[in-house]
Design a protein around this ligand. Structure first.
Ligand SMILES: Cc1cc2nc3c(=O)[nH]c(=O)nc-3n(C[C@H](O)[C@H](O)[C@H](O)COP(=O)(O)OP(=O)(O)OC[C@H]3O[C@@H](n4cnc5c(N)ncnc54)[C@H](O)[C@@H]3O)c2cc1C
Length: 497
């Protein structure tokens, strides 16, 4: 950017910081804070992270609506921050951008028979799991403790217990939403059912959920546990491993992840780690995962874990800071030849600069059981990929911005490899839009679960068959495209209501 523009932006930001800080201090509740000091490591990844002029910490649900109305009056961009893990490359808070942190809105209350809970919008997976565990119950959350429960759920929310209870988004019973106008509405299957459909898959494009009622599953005392293991295999076991994983039948109690990692300094030798998960006891789990255990792995650790520890294995993945331009691909199957090639590509990437890339770059594959999806259940929410159970993240991790181009080129190339044999090439999806005489058949060849997407791909790879109806509803609920930060349904500059 030319220097003159830079001065203009800086002056504008300084002006808005002073004025806005004073205005908001008067509008917001006593315990809310408004600061031009942006907290260190406030995001999981520094790559393309949002760059707000002001960081607002909401203390009440009413504060959130106040900030949205204020931002509208001044035409300032704003972004809600919950867990701060989203890695979309679509954030743009230039000028007087406002970040609204709702991590203090983290309360949860249970109903009398503990089958439902009312949560505030900023509760994390860790906080929600701890609350459910203390009542001998389960809630279908995503699998990493650091995530905002709703940050993950509003895009779908893949959970280890998907097979038993459904996606995190299916756990929602009703929600309170701050719309783009700043109006606060209730939504559920009976109140604003079209908004209800839209937020469950594309939530951040439609509003801010400040509270929600979710399903809770009481579990008899002593039975709230599962078996989990960490199985390490060497590089020469990649093909036999992929042959086993690609054909392993997943029952509803089962789920597995696998990822590539290195031994670290000095050799940075790549290896494969499989993390199988089974809701049940160890002997049943070992039977279910016998084909992997029989591969003569290098190392196996694990055992039965209480519910509150199910996500602990992912805590290192939650480490904040550093550059992590992640790319996602979703597939119907694991293609053996492709995955062998992908592993070799990972090895070559690490070998190109072991000290820069070799510590925590990875490729992670999450594999969930998927029952045959009926048309009815596919249409109940805007989440489009109910028939796809395999979601993959290509994750280069490093600190030097000069390596961005090499890292993103590699990650995008691996995504192309995975898409090429995704098993979705003939994936025709019928789309009918209510109140319109339309019945479109879309052919969507490539898919990315939105929460794992990068942001450079077409909208249909993320929103699938839901895209036309979502865009129609966006014109109704957010005609000025105020929620335009998270994989926006209309590209900035393309949108004319
Ligand atoms: C370490 C790690 C582990 C992960 N594991 C899983 C997993 O197991 N399963 C899975 O499905 N995904 C997983 N993901 C992906 C994750 O679902 C997304 O990154 C998700 O967007 C994170 O939400 P957040 O609240 O933590 O992040 P944020 O960046 O705070 O939020 C992401 C987006 O959601 C919006 N948002 C958040 N809360 C609300 C709300 N209450 N109302 C409206 N909009 C909201 C934000 O404005 C932002 O646009 C993982 C990601 C990471 C980094």
């Amino acid at each position: 950017m030319p220097c003159s523009s830079w001065h203009f932006v800086s002056a504008k930001a300084a002006f808005c910081q002073n004025e806005t800080q004073q205005d908001l201090a008067q509008l917001l509740s006593h315990n809310a804070t408004v600061s031009s000091n942006i907290p260190a490591n406030f995001r999981w990844s520094t790559y393309d992270e949002p760059n707000p002029a002001l960081y607002i910490t909401a203390a009440t649900e009413g504060d959130v609506a106040q900030v949205v109305r204020y931002a509208n009056r001044h035409n300032y961009p704003f972004l809600l921050q919950n867990g701060g893990n989203g890695w979309a490359d679509t954030f743009n808070l230039s000028g007087c951008g406002l970040m609204i942190d709702i991590s203090n809105l983290n309360q949860v209350t249970f109903n009398h028979d503990e089958t439902q809970a009312t949560i505030q919008g900023g509760i994390t997976v860790r906080e929600l799991v701890a609350a459910a565990a203390s009542r001998s119950a389960r809630i279908g959350t995503a699998t990493c403790n650091c995530l905002g429960f709703l940050g993950a759920a509003l895009g779908g929310g893949q959970s280890r217990i998907d097979g038993l209870y459904g996606l995190s988004v299916d756990q929602l019973i009703s929600a309170t939403v701050v719309l783009a106008s700043g109006e606060v509405v209730q939504t559920s299957a009976t109140y604003h059912p079209d908004l209800w459909w839209a937020i469950r898959g594309a939530g951040p494009n439609f509003g801010i959920v400040t509270s929600a009622v979710v399903k809770v599953y009481p579990i008899p005392a002593g039975q709230n546990y599962a078996w989990q293991a960490s199985i390490t295999l060497s590089r020469d076991q990649i093909r036999p491993l992929m042959e086993v994983l690609s054909t392993l039948k997943l029952t509803p109690e089962m789920e597995f992840d696998f990822y590539f990692a290195t031994s670290g300094a000095p050799s940075y030798t790549p290896a494969i780690v499989v993390v199988p998960f089974y809701v049940g006891d160890e002997s049943a789990a070992r039977t279910a995962f016998a084909p992997i255990l029989n591969l003569n792995p290098v190392n196996i650790t694990g055992g039965e874990l209480p519910y509150e520890q199910w996500n602990s294995a992912g805590d290192s993945f939650c480490t904040r800071g550093g550059r992590k331009p992640a790319y996602g691909a979703s597939t119907a199957r694991l293609d053996v030849d492709t995955w062998v090639e992908v592993f070799h590509s990972y090895e070559a990437f690490i070998a190109s600069n072991p000290t820069a890339f070799g510590t925590s770059s990875t490729i992670l594959s999450e594999n969930y059981p998927r029952p045959n999806t009926s048309l009815e259940s596919a249409l109940t929410s805007s989440y489009p990929w109910r028939d796809l159970g395999r979601h993959h993240i290509i994750l280069p991790s490093y600190t030097d911005p000069a390596l961005d181009e090499q890292a993103t080129t590699w990650a995008a190339s691996v995504r192309s490899m995975l898409w090429a044999t995704a098993g979705t090439a003939q994936n025709s999806r019928s789309v009918s839009i209510p109140q319109m005489p339309l019945n479109i058949v879309l052919t969507i060849r490539f898919s990315s679960y939105i929460n794992f997407a990068h942001g450079d791909q077409s909208l249909s790879t993320m929103y699938g068959q839901s895209l036309p109806r979502l865009q129609q509803l966006k014109r109704i609920y957010d005609p000025w495209n105020r929620f335009d930060q998270w994989f926006p349904l209309f590209r900035r500059g393309d949108y004319w209501p």
